[in-house]
Structures are given as structure tokens and as C-alpha cells.
Design a protein around this ligand. Sequence first.
Ligand code: NAD
Ligand code: UGA
Length: 453
Amino acid sequence: MKIKNICCIGAGYVGGPTMAVIALHCPEIKITVVDIDSNKIKSWNGSVTKLPVYEPGLSAIIKKVRGKNLFFSDDIDQAIINSEMIFMAVNTPTKTEGEGKGMAADLKYVEACARKIAQVSLTNKIVVEKSTLPVRTAEKIKEILLTENKKVNFDILSNPEFLAEGTAIQDLFKSDRVLIGGDSSKSGKEAINSLVEIYSRWIPKKKILTTNVWSSELSKLASNAMLAQRISSINSLSAICKKTGAEIDDISKAIGMDHRIGKYFLNASPGFGGSCFQKDILNLVYLCKYYGLDEVAEYWHQVVKINDYQRERLSKIIASGANKKDPIAILGWAFKSSTNDSRESSSIYITKKLIDLGININIYDPMVKKEKILSDLDSVYSGNFNPNLVNILDNISSCIENVTSIAILTEWHQFKDYNWKDFIKIKQKKVKIYDFRNILSDELKQYKHYYKL
Ligand code: NAD
Ligand code: UGA
């Protein structure tokens, strides 16, 4: 089927950028991105300098396609009715209650989408799972669709997204692969072909992989688990470096030069953050347990446990060199650079540990807003956070002005480029610098109070 109208449910970090890129490459397809959060839709329709998602290159694309073939709307029903293909790009967080609490993915938003699609659809639809979902979710979605609407045909595809925040646009332009899972029935095959046709407008055919639905769903969880596993592996080795005098950067380089291992995803850090790695691995652990694979579950669980250990270990290092009277500066709140996203950022957990020890904290991040930092802290304190315990500054200089310890937790270029040499000279005192992203220049590494991972 030639697709002329697409609806994407969920205008977040995935829905917004992916649909913008499809709109750019397929000018003849009308794409409507919808969301239950009408404020978010307002922002998507507002100034391109204040979009709800910050991604390098995104605003330029939005300028080109918005109002031409890309639309943001809160009229969900109409957008579903008008489209032949519907992407579900809603959030799938870890469950906070009920069976699987703290481990399984909460599918209530996906299920709500399926119900809505079933209720309003008047014509046949291709329903595409863009959200990251546990293997065999398509079965559940199909059941909802078929139970609630017997008049139209639904084909379900799995098309997980592999973009990383901060590089979303380049990842979407030059994807390593596009994965499409579907069933082998005649209409299933036609549905797969419709989606292949869309991606093949800019992705070479050999990079478009088609599989059955279950392989596609599980590949996404497996991919995130493998990436996170490398980070926990290198972070665990950073702990043994501290005991032995080995340097973790040297280890990363040495092992990464083996072409079988490769150099990517071997940067030691204060632990991986972001909305997905932890939740997807916990989801995988839950699935393994569900299928009785306890050893496999424990293997993957350890990846998350090492991440918690790294956060704990580094908090202790910072605290052990702190003087309770003086505030500590936390540089970086985003979970990585080039994004305004702070979900599951290690900064949140390390800051909490320091606050719990009675230490005052200064915080600066170039992209994450003050209200977001406070709401992140309020969440980890279950709604009881006293905002007077932190001082959120709007520039690096005032953040580090009167502190005796500085922890660099996000690899923002602003932190790399800061004139640390002059700062140390002017201060003439022993300011401890914990460079937990190992980003500062070699020259600074000679400074007596410089600590790297
Ligand atoms: P997000 O929270 O930024 O966006 C999800 C949006 O869905 C929200 O705006 C929410 O209001 C909306 N929504 C929820 N239920 C809805 C409903 N019933 N109807 C309409 N709108 C609804 O989430 P995200 O980061 O874009 O992630 C979405 C999915 O993609 C997740 O499953 C995630 O694991 C996966 N993923 C995320 C990334 C990433 O980098 N963030 C990358 C790959 C995959
Ligand atoms: C990750 C994956 O890279 C994407 O492929 C995937 O689509 C996405 O999750 C998802 O499913 O949400 P993202 O979380 O946006 O993307 O960003 P990453 O670049 O993977 O970084 C995740 C975390 O790991 C960050 O906190 C980063 O600082 C940390 N990291 C990354 C390290 O500590 N060391 C590294 O070597 C690399």
C-alpha cells in the first residue's frame, strides 16, 4: 500500500525527531504527530528555539517541514482516522506498581493507544510499534485491536528506534540499520513493504533488515543491553584501576584497538543515565525470569547493579574529600551532552547522596532548566525535597566560585573549554576537581588536586 498519511502518537524525544526526518525525506506524505500533552503540542508549534526536545539540527528541519507536510496536533482521533499508518512512540517506563513493579515495562500508554486506534478506526491500518517493548507485545496489541474493532484489518509491525539523544538527527539520517518486524501473511508482507518503501527513500536497502515481529522486538532490548553492558564493564574496571595504579583511559584504548572489540562505548563515566538503558535491561531481566531463565536474568541484572555501584563509589569519593561547610559544585545535569534530557541522570543520584550527607550543592547545566533540576530532585525525595539545599546557577563561573570541590558529571564542551588554568591560579587554594568524564586537558592533569576516574 502506498502510504499518504501517517499519524504518530507520542510527540517526545522519539516521535518528534523521527517524524521530522521522515517528513523531510517524504514530502508527499502528510504526517501528524499527536500527544495527550497539549502543552507539548503547543511548544512543537511554537518558536523553533524553544522546542520541547533539544537536538542539534532538529530546529532547522522543523523550520523546513512544519506546516508543509508535518503537523503537530492534539486531535488524536482525527489524526488516526485520516492515516493509513500509525506509529506508537509513547513512553514505556518501568512499572511503579502491580505485578513486575520496579522491573517490567509499564505498557499502559501503549495499550491506551491500541484501544484508541481500535475505537476510532474506520479503515484498515498498519500499526507500527516504535516504542521499545517487551518481546511478544505485538500479541497483546493485536488482541486489543481485534477485540475492540472487528470491522477493519490491522497489521502490526515492530520498528524499534535506535537513535541516541544528542545525535538523533545524524543517527536518523545515517542509521546503521533500520529494523522492521512483521508477520508472514500476505497483508503482513505488504505492510512490511510499505514501511521499507518509506525508509528506502534515504536509507540504503541493504541496511533495512526485515525479520519476524519477535526478533525485532527482542533485538531492541538486546541492543540496549549490549551497549549498557560495555559501559558497566569499563566502569567496573575503573574501580580496579584505582586500586592498582592502572589508568582507565589507557585500558579503554588498549582493548578498543582490538577490532573484534572496537573502540566505541568504552568511556568510563559516573554511570549510564537516560530513560532507556536501565528500564530496558530491567525489562529484559523480568522477561528472563518470566521464562524461568534465572541465570540469564542475573547476568543482565548485574549490568544495572554495577551502574548503581559506580554512582555510589563516586559519591563516596567526592564526599570523602569534602568539607561540610563548603558547597560542592556539580557541573552537568543532563545524562549526556547535547541534550536537555536529565532522565535517570547519574547527577541526580550522586547529588542526592551528597545532600543526604549534609553537604550543600551548587549545580550548573547549560541546557537543563532550573525547574527541571528541582523536579528531578523532588522525585527522588518522593515529593519532599527542600529546594534551599541546592543552589542552581546559570553559569559555570558562579557555580564554582566559592566551592572547595567540583564534580564534572556531564561531558559538556563548555566544561572542557573552560579556562581551568586561570581558575586554579586565581583561586590559589586547593580546589578539588573530580573529572568523572575524563575530559579535561592533559595539562590540567598535572594539577595536584585533579582526580579522574
Ligand atoms: P517521551 O516521554 O519523550 O515521549 C512520549 C510521549 O508520549 C509523551 O509526550 C506523552 O505525553 C505521550 N503519550 C503517552 N501516552 C499517550 C497516549 N495514550 N496518547 C498520546 N500521547 C501519549 O518518550 P521518548 O523518549 O520519546 O520514548 C518513547 C519510546 O521510545 C520509549 O519506549 C523509549 O524506550 C523508546 N526510545 C527512546 C529513545 C530516546 O532516545 N529517548 C530512543 C529509542 C527508543
Ligand atoms: C541509547 C542508545 O545508544 C540508543 O541506540 C538507543 O536507541 C537509546 O539508548 C534508547 O533506546 O533510548 P541514549 O541513552 O540516548 O541512547 O544515549 P547514549 O549515547 O547511549 O548514552 C547513554 C548513557 O551512557 C549516557 O549517560 C552516556 O553518558 C553513557 N555512556 C555512553 C557512558 O557512560 N560511556 C560510554 O562510552 C557511552
